[in-house]
Design a binder for this molecule. Sequence first.
Ligand SMILES: Cc1cc2nc3c(=O)[nH]c(=O)nc-3n(C[C@H](O)[C@H](O)[C@H](O)COP(=O)(O)O)c2cc1C
Length: 214
Amino acid sequence: MKKEYSEHPAAMAEFNMEMFGFSWIDFVTAIPSPLLVATNYKTNGKPNACLQSWACFNGKHAILSSVNTNGHLYQAIHETGVTALNFPSAEIYDKCAATIENNEYDDDEITQSGLTVEPATLVSAPRIKECFMCLECRLLWEKPIVEGDNHVLMCFEIVNVAVEEENLDENGKGRYGESGFIFNLHHPINPESFTGKAHDYVAVVQKHIDTGEY
Ligand SMILES: Cc1cc2nc3c(=O)[nH]c(=O)nc-3n(C[C@H](O)[C@H](O)[C@H](O)COP(=O)(O)O)c2cc1C
């Protein structure tokens, strides 16, 4: 039997994350979303890094679907018109998350988080060397999710794809190895029995069904 929810569940009344831009729907659905680090140069030339998990990909286009307009990422994309989207495996998640603490304007957010800067090939942005894949992107357009919201959709053209050679061979490490791609599982909460405690998880994608050759 399906339970249905069209408004904030009563058992979750105390759980209000809207000040952080989240809805109760995030926690009841807990839909996985890919984890990546968007990188740019700030106007002072220092590398910026922003962990992002609301994103989707459609051929040669990438959409960051909830970029905080008060953050450095939004400002840097406006100034440069580009970004690099770096995909980490689980081994380096902690370092990627450390970019949230190393977030001062004068910080080299990549190096100070224990990661290595390498230049992108076709756009003026730093890449994270330890990430197994990076999409170099140019901004096409942006739009507020709803008028007046401080989170916007940003759509990019992917102009270059850089992938570690060992991750290209699915018989070897592959893209879906034991530790990556990684996804954000956002506080999976049962609204019927919520106790006031919740956890985020990092998930690793595994191939499950081979749908045959084509
Ligand atoms: C798992 C996770 C996912 C996140 N996803 C997003 C996101 O999709 N959009 C966003 O604006 N911030 C997101 N954040 C918050 C930013 O990473 C954080 O506020 C960051 O320090 C902002 O960096 P900036 O000032 O360089 O923009 C996420 C944080 C975590 C821990």
